[in-house]
Design a protein around this ligand. Structure first.
Ligand SMILES: [Zn+2]
Ligand SMILES: [Zn+2]
Length: 152
């Protein structure tokens, strides 16, 4: 192998470790774009394509988990074991939930379809507590200004 090849693979290993460390250090579930922004703080020359490809490679090797959403960017999860998520439709925050009936759901799906189910993932959409509170505050303010307008 040429000296260049050795240096090249060494660099790839380092990049992989840096990107993996960034996913593991994250408190939540980041998109490729968010992980790229974090990695770039330490490695300003790194390309988005490198981060994107590496994330998929890490997911293929089960070092991280890729969560896919129909119409949104994938999120990357440091937890690789099966678990479900809550997604806030207002701010996009994604949290972990442990649903005890998850395995039963898989069994029912299998029975009804005849499929051999290899994986499943449930996303519960709704409002996070912070957004619910903000929304209620906004509604209360609207009611108050409407009442004030009437009393004028
Ligand atoms: Zn929210
Ligand atoms: Zn998760």
């Amino acid at each position: 192998m040429s000296a260049d090849g050795v240096r090249g693979s060494y660099r790839n290993t380092t990049q992989r470790a840096v990107i993996l460390a960034e996913v593991e250090a994250a408190e939540g579930h980041l998109t490729a774009g968010e992980i790229f922004e974090r990695v770039r703080r330490r490695y300003p020359t790194i390309a988005y394509g490198t981060v994107y490809r590496t994330l998929h490679l890490l997911a293929e090797h089960d070092l991280i988990q890729e969560l896919t959403f129909a119409d949104q960017a994938s999120r990357f999860d440091k937890r690789t074991e099966r678990h479900d998520h809550v997604l806030c439709t207002r701010c996009g925050v994604l949290g972990d939930v442990e649903v005890p009936v998850a395995l039963l759901a898989e069994h029912v799906a299998q029975e009804q379809s005849g499929f051999t189910v290899t994986s499943h993932h449930t996303v519960f959409n709704g409002l996070c507590p912070a957004c619910k509170e903000a929304l209620e505050r906004e509604e209360a303010e609207e009611r108050m200004s409407a009442a004030a307008a009437q009393n004028r």
